[in-house]
Write a protein that binds this ligand. Structure first.
Ligand SMILES: [Zn+2]
Ligand SMILES: [Zn+2]
Length: 339
C-alpha cells in the first residue's frame, strides 16, 4: 500500500499519519449518534472481539474445574502460566516475525524508521532491546499476570465474591463486557500517571520506557511492580458484581491488548490493498515524548481532561511544548527560592 496517501515521511524516514488522532466520540458534547454508530464496529472488531474469543477459549478449554480452583496449587498455576506464555509467544510472535524479522512491510506506515534489532544500546540487558524485553515479559510480567489470574479465579471458585450468571443477567454482563475496555483505560491511566511521578518513575517505570522505539516485545517489558499493578485491573471484577469470563476478558484486554500500543506501525497490511488499524499512534507518542498520552487510545478522554493529550498534530506539539515550558519555569522558580 502507498503509505504516503495516509501520511507523510520526514527527512529521517519517520512516517506520521495525516490528521489528528480522534478519541472515541462517546463522551463528546453534544452527543452525535451517527458518529458513535460509525465508531462502534472498530471498537469491537478486530481487537476486542479477539480478546473475548480468547477469554471464552480459556474458560472452556484451559481454566480448571471450579472444584480444583478452590485450592491454590502449583499444578494449575503453572499450567495457566504455560498457556499464557505460549499464547503470548504465538500472538506477539506473529507481529514480531512478520513485521520485525521478515520486515514484510519494510517501513511502510512505520513511525520510527529504525528497527530495534539494528540499534544495540547499553540500557538493555545484553545490549539488546529484543532480548531484554523478551526476558522481562516471559520471566517477570507473565508470571505476575498469572498470579492475578489465579487469585481472582480462586476467589470466584470459593464464592468469596458474587458470581453473576449469564442466564440470570445476560444484559448486565453484556453491558459489563462493553464497559470493560473503559475500565482498563481508567485503571491504566491512573496507575500509569502515578508511576510517572519522579521517584516512582526512576524506580519502576523507567524499565518500560527504555524502549523509546517500541516493538511487540516491549509491550509487557515492565518492572515487577508495574507488571502486577497493570494486570490487577482484573481485580475490579471482585468489587463489581461480575463473572469469571468477564474478568478473564478484562485480563486479556490488558495482557494481549498491550501489544496495540507497541506495534510501531500505524496500519498492518494484510493484503495488497487492505490493512488493519493498529491504534498504536497515541501510545507511540507517549514513548517518544514521555509526558503525554498516559491513557490508552482515548476511549475515555482522561488525557484531554488533564491537559496531557497529544493528538499527533502541530497543535499537539505546541500544547506539549507550552506545558513543558511552564513546568521548567516552575522548577526554576522553586530552585531560585531555595537559594
Ligand atoms: Zn508502552
Ligand atoms: Zn509511561
Amino acid at each position: 500500500m502507498d503509505d504516503l496517501k495516509y501520511g507523510a515521511r520526514d527527512k529521517r524516514g519517520d512516517w506520521k499519519p495525516n490528521g489528528r488522532i480522534e478519541g472515541a466520540p462517546l463522551l463528546n458534547w453534544p452527543p452525535r449518534l451517527p458518529k458513535i454508530l460509525a465508531w462502534l464496529p472498530g471498537y469491537i472488531w478486530p481487537w476486542n472481539a479477539f480478546h473475548m474469543a480468547t477469554a471464552l477459549l480459556y474458560w472452556f478449554y484451559i481454566v480448571p474445574s471450579v472444584e480444583t480452583m478452590k485450592t491454590i496449587s502449583w499444578g494449575w498455576a503453572l499450567w495457566l502460566y504455560a498457556v499464557n506464555a505460549a499464547a503470548i509467544l504465538v500472538f506477539y510472535g506473529i507481529f514480531e516475525l512478520r513485521y520485525y524479522i521478515k520486515r514484510a512491510q519494510a517501513t511502510r506506515f512505520k513511525y520510527n524508521h529504525k528497527f530495534p534489532a539494528d540499534a544495540p544500546s547499553d540500557v538493555f540487558w545484553f545490549q539488546s532491546q529484543n532480548l531484554d524485553n523478551f526476558l522481562r515479559s516471559f520471566f517477570v510480567t507473565i508470571p505476575l499476570w498469572t498470579l492475578v489470574e489465579v487469585i481472582f479465579l480462586w476467589c470466584f471458585a470459593n464464592g468469596y465474591v458474587p458470581w453473576v450468571g449469564w442466564t440470570d443477567h445476560p444484559v448486565y454482563l453484556a453491558a459489563l463486557v462493553l464497559v470493560a475496555p473503559a475500565i482498563h483505560e481508567v485503571h491504566f491511566f491512573f496507575i500509569h500517571r502515578l508511576i510517572h511521578w519522579g521517584p516512582l518513575y526512576r524506580w519502576i517505570h523507567s524499565v518500560h520506557h527504555n524502549s523509546i522505539n517500541p516493538s511487540p516485545w516491549s509491550s509487557l517489558s515492565m518492572h515487577p511492580v508495574e507488571g502486577f499493578l497493570y494486570h490487577a485491573v482484573a481485580f475490579w471484577h471482585l468489587i463489581i458484581p461480575s463473572n469469571p469470563i468477564v474478568a478473564l476478558f478484562q485480563l486479556h484486554v490488558a495482557g494481549f491488548g498491550a501489544v496495540n500500543g507497541h506495534l510501531g506501525f500505524d496500519k498492518l497490511e494484510v493484503t495488497e490493498d487492505t490493512a488493519v488499524n493498529s491504534h498504536a499512534y497515541t501510545h507511540y507518542l507517549h514513548h517518544k515524548y514521555f509526558e503525554v498520552n498516559y491513557g490508552g487510545d482515548g476511549l475515555i478522554p482522561l488525557d484531554r481532561w488533564f491537559g496531557t493529550w497529544h493528538d499527533g498534530t502541530r497543535e499537539g506539539d505546541a500544547m506539549m511544548d507550552a506545558r513543558f515550558q511552564k513546568k521548567k519555569e516552575r522548577m526554576n522558580a522553586k530552585a531560585a527560592a531555595n537559594h
